[in-house]
Design a protein around this ligand. Structure first.
Ligand code: S3P
Length: 430
């Protein structure tokens, strides 16, 4: 397992950077491209491990996909043209691939088997399996379908009316994909918005989906048409630089071409409440809201984060916890029990690792309480194989004047293959 030593201390960030393509949007672009009729071309695709899993899975389902440095081309022919995979489909660490593919393959005409790495095989699948079974899907798995490995015997599906018991875009998306191949209209009730990339992209591929209040309505038996998708930079990757920029003593820099979909930018609302300094410049004419962001250093104060805000910043909570260690006063993060079932138990891993660097942070059932401001020390920490914990600890290392050594650092390949390359671009680090 790879270790990394961070001895540099960053005081100043200038210039501009772009971050790699959005992970959620990259997955969905391949999925819709494979399900549509005709050619789809994707640019700025994220070539991290998780999204490459999605490409590999569709290749195993017989979909022709060609990858070059510039773009991915997919010759989609629709679900009815996928072929039965000859081997067990391996999803690695990717929860998004596993959950969305369960929805896609539930309506296929063949049998498929799913498994993942140790972390993914511990993550809940029941939330997806339950509504799909209500649609008529034939799915079996470990502990009665609670966990991978799973097997799916594809079947003709029926529409449902379903209220999401957990606010999860992966669950919502799995049902939307299944609904596309079901008889009748499916209605999903979402009591508070989660990321809506599936809905936006379905329209981009010529499909029909409508949101009326809390109800999302999807007609069955839809056919989709291949198109061009340019993936904006990943706001969740930009989040590490947003926090580094806010915390370094003298920053003034720009992150260009990032996704600014309001279902993803809860971190900016938090930063505003903490008295952070930033400026958002949106661009017109894209399916997904996109633009640039200017970040400047600022002294911060603590805040409370919970309720409807949580799904809009769920992946940013590890880096927000670090941000809070450098804000004056108390920060409370609550209603975030979903963190317990991410790539690691992120309440436990964030608290354990930040404590090792001297942070004043305590875990609660559904979040954490952080007292700031604390000067972070050096230390020996571990990512627990979770990419977002690995990068949060790297940022902690960059704002600490002492040396931080991170074990299992290689997992950052999942969402940000050249994270340090970009850190070097906007800092004086060699
Ligand atoms: C994702 C949704 C979120 C997020 C994950 C990606 C997606 O998970 O944490 O990193 O692409 O739909 P949940 O929907 O399970 O909260």
């Amino acid at each position: 397992m790879g270790k990394i030593e961070i001895a540099d201390y960053i005081e100043k960030l200038t210039g501009s950077i772009t971050v790699p393509g959005d992970k959620s949007i990259s997955h969905r672009a391949v999925m819709f491209g494979a399900l549509a009729e005709g050619v789809t071309e994707i640019t700025n695709f994220l070539t991290g491990d998780d999204c490459l899993r999605t490409v590999d899975i569709f290749q195993k389902l017989g979909v022709p996909i060609r990858m070059t440095e510039e773009k991915i081309s997919i010759e989609g022919k629709g679900l009815s043209d996928f072929v039965e995979p000859k081997e067990v489909l391996y999803f690695g660490n990717s929860g998004t691939t596993a959950r969305l593919m369960t929805g896609i393959l539930a309506g296929s005409s063949f049998c498929s088997m799913f498994t993942g790495d140790e972390s993914l095989n511990r993550r809940p699948m029941e939330r997806v399996v339950t509504p799909l079974k209500k649609m008529g899907a034939d799915i079996h798995g470990r502990e009665d379908g609670k966990y991978l490995p799973l097997s799916i015997r594809g079947r003709r599906l029926q529409s449902i009316r379903y209220e999401l018991p957990v606010l999860s875009a992966q669950l919502k998306s799995a049902i939307i994909f299944a609904a596309l191949h079901a008889n009748g209209e499916t209605v999903i009730i979402e009591n508070s918005p989660t990321r809506d990339h599936t809905e936006i992209m379905l329209k981009q591929f010529g499909g029909q989906i409508e949101r009326v209040g809390k109800e999302i309505k999807v007609k069955g038996n839809q056919s989709l048409v291949g198109t061009r998708v340019h993936v904006p930079g990943d706001f969740s990757s930009a989040a590490f630089f947003i926090v580094l920029g806010a915390l370094a003593k003298k920053s003034d820099f720009i992150i260009e071409n990032i996704g600014l979909n309001p279902t993803r930018t809860g971190l900016l609302d938090v930063l505003k409440r903490m008295h952070g300094k930033f400026e958002m410049m949106k661009e017109d004419g894209n399916f997904e809201p996109t633009g640039s962001l200017r970040i400047q250093s600022a002294p911060l104060v603590g805040t409370t984060i919970g309720g409807d805000m949580i799904p809009r910043l769920i992946d940013e909570i590890p880096i927000i916890a670090l941000l809070a260690t450098q804000a004056e006063g108390t920060t409370v993060i609550k209603d975030a029990e979903e963190l317990r079932v991410k790539e690691s138990d992120r309440i436990a891993t964030v608290v354990t690792e930040l404590k090792k660097l001297g942070a004043n942070i305590e875990a609660t059932e559904d979040g954490m309480i952080i007292e700031g401001k604390t000067k972070l020390s050096g230390g020996y920490v571990n990512s627990h194989g979770d990419h977002r914990i690995g990068m949060m600890l790297a940022i902690a290392g960059l704002i600490s004047e002492e040396k931080v050594i991170i074990d299992q650092y290689e997992c950052t390949q999942i969402s940000y293959p050249d994270f340090f390359g970009d850190v070097k671009k906007i800092s004086k680090m060699k």
